[in-house]
Design a protein around this ligand. Structure first.
Ligand code: MN
Length: 128
């Protein structure tokens, strides 16, 4: 693959989940940076403009819904795709994520093959 590695921001407050997903995505060819709360995520996206954001919706400081709304209402960051990551099993949870502006949705625990397909679809890149 000749494309440069897609630059991903993983926003996740749980250290174990964050480290595990970072390693697994790196093995799939993604360059992964991390933020541990919504405010860090806003600052990172505004300064580093990643290609895609993976957003845990349950976060301290600013939750994933508030953070997504802020990014999607700012013209300088609105075009960056966001995939919601949530452990919630409630039927209306996907709708709530999409209402906040998320482009796609994945449940935790993460099915990596499914997540990577969704990432490539939003990035417009081929599956490796
Ligand atoms: Mn969380």
């Amino acid at each position: 693959m000749t494309n440069s590695q897609p630059r991903i921001l993983l926003v996740e407050d749980n250290e174990l989940n964050r480290d595990m997903l970072t390693r697994r995505l790196a093995r799939r060819g993604f360059s992964v940076e991390v933020a541990v709360d919504g405010e860090q995520a806003l600052n990172h996206v505004r300064s580093a403009a990643p290609d895609l954001v993976l957003m845990d919706m349950s976060l301290p400081v600013l939750d994933g819904y508030e953070t997504t709304l802020a990014l999607k209402s700012d013209p300088s960051t609105a075009q960056i795709p966001i995939i919601a990551l949530t452990a919630h099993a409630m039927a209306d949870d996907e709708a709530r994520c999409r209402d906040a502006g998320c482009d796609d949705y994945a449940t935790k625990p993460t099915d990596l093959d499914d997540l990577v397909l969704k990432m490539h679809a939003l990035l417009g890149t081929d599956r490796q």
